[in-house]
Design a protein around this ligand. Structure first.
Ligand code: ADP
Ligand code: MG
Length: 452
């Protein structure tokens, strides 16, 4: 195993690392630190929790020059929490050096106080794009000596619409500098940033080493697919089920059929508008509509962790589709189950694409006729999101403190640009709805409706 010593870290820094409890570098640290010390520009991608902060902060601190009077490093991050977290880690890592100053600059706090601390001198600045621009336009910040620029959580900053702000800030930095971009994912639109900001960057990507989990595959011979689908649901009694059909028309038919029988169903197909698609997926993922009926195309890229069964209502046409479909279950170390319902034609089709699967008669299942898969929560929609600076904590605060809803009755909260969604236990949904309707979130009146 590699140690920090192998990465040519000087002994005083090594001792500090040990005292902080860091024994061995994580994979991203092992790859990124030597490149950063070599002065290379970098695009580094590794999943959340992989130790990216130390990967950039440690070499940064090693390279700090003593007795400089202006900031040498600028770290741009999406949120104030992240500012604090990163500044804290920088301070820890710099403990062994005399007098390294780290300053955070983010909105919602006094500008004048920040100006005072800037005037006292800073080595490292950690800030959010908006507040950095504020200081820049007021000329309260001097970025002319910046040697290293770091964009952390670049994917999230793009999501939050910070690209232009970032470009404005960067256009004021010295051309002679090192630039490092860290991200958990690598979205396509990131190229706009990387082309302008980075010079011949080295790309480092740490693949997610997810454990392969066993997906149990079952094939049933059936006469009536509608009845077989219900029998499958009532036998396995999943919490979240994904059902595949081959055509858009079929997804709608199957949804209506299940809905009439009393199941809570979402439908995902290519006829939906983007926002409808988003709302369908959200209601499925938060458990309001625990069955999702989809076509192959619509379900592409779907990454929902807790799907415990995938059911092929229609036999897929290609082996590749079969693999994609069943891969939606058994994610994140959970085991998964895939059931294919085949009539005579389906059996023939399946034997062509998956010759080794054995089939059983559907009548070998023992369905519980009283089981109906229904959501225990419903989804409220609020007409305000990121653009109005609404955060999950604001919604939670209003629901718990102002309206008096028990935390345990509040499920997933999703914040988008213009809307936010919150899953609420059906037993208290009226109370939550009425409370939100007459109340305020972050001192703003909001419109409220519920999805069904
Ligand atoms: P990321 O930015 O990739 O999401 P962080 O930098 O926030 O991840 O690190 C996640 C956690 O791992 C933090 O608590 C950090 O202290 C810890 N950590 C980082 N590097 C190491 C290491 N080499 N050994 C042990 N723990 C580490
Ligand atoms: Mg991070």
């Amino acid at each position: 195993m590699t140690s920090f010593k192998d990465l040519s870290i000087p002994s005083d820094a090594l001792e500090n690392l040990t005292s902080l409890g860091y024994q061995h570098p994580t994979p991203i640290q092992e790859k990124a630190i030597p490149q950063i010390l070599e002065q290379k520009d970098l695009i580094a991608q590794a999943k959340t929790g992989s130790g990216k902060t130390l990967a950039f902060a440690l070499p940064l601190i090693l390279k700090l020059k003593d007795n400089e009077h202006f900031p040498q490093a600028l770290i741009i991050v999406p949120t104030r929490e992240l500012c604090e977290q990163i500044a804290g880690q920088c301070k820890e890592l710099a403990r062994y050096k005399p007098d390294v100053k780290v300053i955070t600059l983010y909105g919602g706090t006094s500008l004048t106080q920040q100006v005072t601390s800037l005037e006292k001198g800073a080595d490292i600045i950690v800030g959010t794009p908006g507040r950095l621009l504020d200081h820049f336009s007021r000329e309260t910040i001097h970025l002319g000596e910046i040697k290293t620029l770091i964009l952390d959580e670049a994917d999230r900053m793009l999501d939050m619409g910070f690209a232009d702000d970032i470009l404005k800030i960067v256009s004021n930095l010295p051309k002679q500098r090192q630039s490092l971009l860290f991200s958990a994912t690598y979205p396509e639109n990131i190229d706009k940033l990387t082309k302008i900001i980075l010079k011949n960057p080295i790309e480092i990507k740490i693949e997610n080493q997810e454990k392969k989990v066993a997906i149990e595959e079952q094939v049933y011979r059936v006469d009536n697919k509608d009845k077989a689908l219900i029998a499958t649901l009532q036998h396995y009694q999943p919490s979240l089920a994904l059902v595949f059909c081959n055509t858009k028309v079929k997804t709608t038919e199957v949804s209506e059929m299940l809905h009439e029988k009393g199941f809570d169903v979402a439908t995902l197909n290519g006829d939906l508008e983007q926002y409808e698609r988003q709302e369908m997926l959200l209601q499925f993922a938060n458990g309001s509509l625990p069955i999702l009926i989809a076509t192959d195309l619509a379900a592409r890229g779907l990454d929902i962790e807790a799907i415990d069964i995938v059911i092929n209502y229609d036999t897929p046409m290609k082996a590749e589709d079969y693999t994609h479909r069943i891969g939606r279950t058994g994610r994140a170390d959970k085991s998964g189950l895939a059931v294919t319902l085949c009539d005579e034609y389906g059996l023939k089709k399946l034997s062509e694409i998956k010759p080794n699967l054995q089939s059983k008669d559907i009548n070998t299942l023992t369905p519980n006729k009283n089981f109906y898969l229904q959501g225990s929560v419903a989804t409220l929609c609020i007409d305000g999101g990121k653009k109005k600076k609404i955060r999950a904590g604001d919604i939670l605060g209003t629901l718990c403190k102002d309206i008096g809803i028990d935390n345990k009755h509040i499920g997933k909260i999703n914040i988008f640009d213009k809307n936010s969604y919150v899953a609420i236990d059906k037993s208290v949904i009226k109370k939550a709805y009425n409370g939100l309707k007459s109340g305020k979130i972050k001192n703003k009146n909001v419109r409220i409706w519920w999805l069904d």
